[in-house]
Design a protein around this ligand. Structure first.
Ligand code: GLN
Length: 481
């Protein structure tokens, strides 16, 4: 049994029946990671020894027994590095596990490595990593999306069945869409952020990549739920997500925000997402037009709030406690300045400056406060829309994967990639990206389902119904054997 490219369900039943050992599964995953990393640069660290040792001790009755997983390099895994794709963290090795990691390990999963990402999760193409861009397995001259591009590429290339990322404005959903895999940003407060390096704390959520919705559901039910280490986790019961996927969706009301299908949307993406809407219609869903009148301000609002929070969160990286410290700086202030000057890349510096500016006296009211007000209006837009529908469908990204280098010199063009995804973070609602086809140039396209708070079961059911009707079975040219 060749195990790369299989789903959790397939691997788990192989391991349980004794057809294959956890050790063999993990070894082939590690081997694929090592081999394909030369082409993809998806991993910043691969833990061959740790992973094989752990695989040998797995109890095959655990729900994720022997399942290899990859973790974005801004989520703490004890014994491994957490660089956040930044020089400033250097070879920082956290002394503890993020809560989501503890839960995965207790369920029997095996972390095989840490994945490359945009520096501090700031970016939409992975080109902001201090350790080189990740390549898209569908076309290595193109970006995998960002910021969790390494995790998306690792799942798309069949190295692991599942990977974790973080999503502050689309960093799981957008790369999932560009790499042809499923990506979830859960409701804010669903997953613990303890051990996730903070970018913008009111928007950040740990998200999941997999090849099927079922696998995303299986992992969410393990990692979700209240955590005393993170006061923003909600005390909302965690359902048995994976057992609620099937069943028909007749009568489900799917919101169609027509205004979002206009200007700036690539024609092939529009056609593909509209075809998905028709699949839902054929499955018996009722398509309801909805309005999100404040969605047009979401990029502006997001890039004010996210940068404001980042400027504060990133103040802790000063050369004193973590990672890198500049040399030849005999005086304290000089050391701070030099460490930050040398340690942060240009996009992170741009965000710290933007964020400091919008929070500064005199500008706070005009920018930060205004943005918070519009954020409230956007939340109300969604509340109103969800009175009329069970979920909303949009494209995930306005275009398929673009060329490496195409947008690096134009931050605004890069920010506009997030136009469909940032709304979910601003409103705190869940969003799920589902592959729905390939462009003429064989690049993946995805649609996004958005739902009200804690509506993950509804999103999963809708996505599963689509996958059953229109299975996406294509594989990229760069893929594990
Ligand atoms: N692309 C967005 C940004 O650059 C989203 C990042 C994210 O979700 N971490 O901020």
């Amino acid at each position: 049994m060749a195990d790369n490219g299989k789903t959790i369900s397939e691997l788990a039943s192989g391991i349980k029946s004794g057809e294959i050992t956890a050790r063999a599964v993990v070894e082939s995953s590690v081997a694929a990671a090592e081999k394909l990393n030369e082409t993809l640069n998806a991993f910043l660290e691969i833990d061959r020894d740790g992973a094989t040792k752990r695989a040998a001790t797995i109890d095959s009755t655990s729900p994720l027994a022997g399942i290899p997983i990859a973790i974005k390099d801004n989520i703490c895994v004890q014994g491994m590095q957490t660089s956040c794709g930044s020089r400033i963290l250097g070879d920082y090795h956290p002394p503890y596990n993020a809560t989501v990691i503890d839960r995965l390990l207790s369920a029997g999963a095996v972390v095989i490595g840490k994945t490359n990402c945009d520096e501090f999760a700031m970016g939409s193409s992975n080109e902001n990593s201090a350790f080189g861009a990740v390549k898209n397995p569908w076309d290595t001259s193109r970006v995998p999306g960002g910021s969790s591009g390494g995790s998306a590429a690792a799942v798309a290339a069949g190295i692991v069945p599942v990977a974790l990322g973080s999503d502050t404005g689309g960093s799981v959903r957008q790369p999932a869409s560009l790499c042809g895999v499923v990506g979830l940003k859960p409701t804010y407060g669903r997953n613990s952020r303890y051990g996730l390096v903070a970018f913008a704390s009111s928007l950040d959520q740990v998200g999941i990549f997999a090849r099927t919705t079922e696998d995303v559901a299986r992992v969410l039910e393990i990692i979700a739920g209240r955590d005393l280490h993170d006061a923003t986790t909600a005390d909302v019961p965690v359902p048995d997500y994976a057992s609620q996927l099937s069943g028909d969706i007749k009568g489900a009301r799917l919101g169609f925000p027509k205004a979002l299908f206009g200007e700036g949307l690539d024609a092939e993406v529009r056609a593909s997402v509209e075809a998905a809407v028709n699949v839902y219609r054929d499955l018996g869903a009722e398509i309801v037009e909805v309005e999100l009148p404040h969605a047009q301000y979401s990029i502006a609002v997001y890039y004010i709030i996210a940068t404001a929070e980042a400027s504060s969160n990133l103040a802790r990286f000063d050369g004193v406690r973590y990672g890198f410290r500049a040399e030849d700086a005999p005086e304290l202030r000089q050391m701070y300045r030099k460490t930050r000057e040398e340690g942060f890349g240009p996009e992170v510096k741009r965000r710290i400056m933007l964020g400091t500016y919008v929070l500064s006296a005199g500008y706070y009211d005009a920018y930060y406060r205004k943005a918070q007000q519009v954020r409230s209006l956007l939340k109300q837009d969604f509340q109103k829309a969800f009175e009329r529908c069970d979920a909303i469908i949009t494209p995930t990204s306005p275009t398929p994967a673009f060329l490496l280098g195409e947008k690096v010199d134009d931050p605004l063009a890069m920010y506009l990639n997030d136009v469909y995804t940032v709304t979910a973070n601003l409103a705190g609602i869940p969003g799920l990206s589902v592959p729905c086809g390939l462009s003429a140039g064989r690049l993946p396209i995805g649609f996004q389902l958005l739902g009200g708070y804690w509506s993950e079961p509804t999103l999963f059911k809708l996505a599963h119904a689509y996958e059953t009707a229109q299975p996406f079975t294509e594989r990229p040219p760069v893929h594990a054997d």
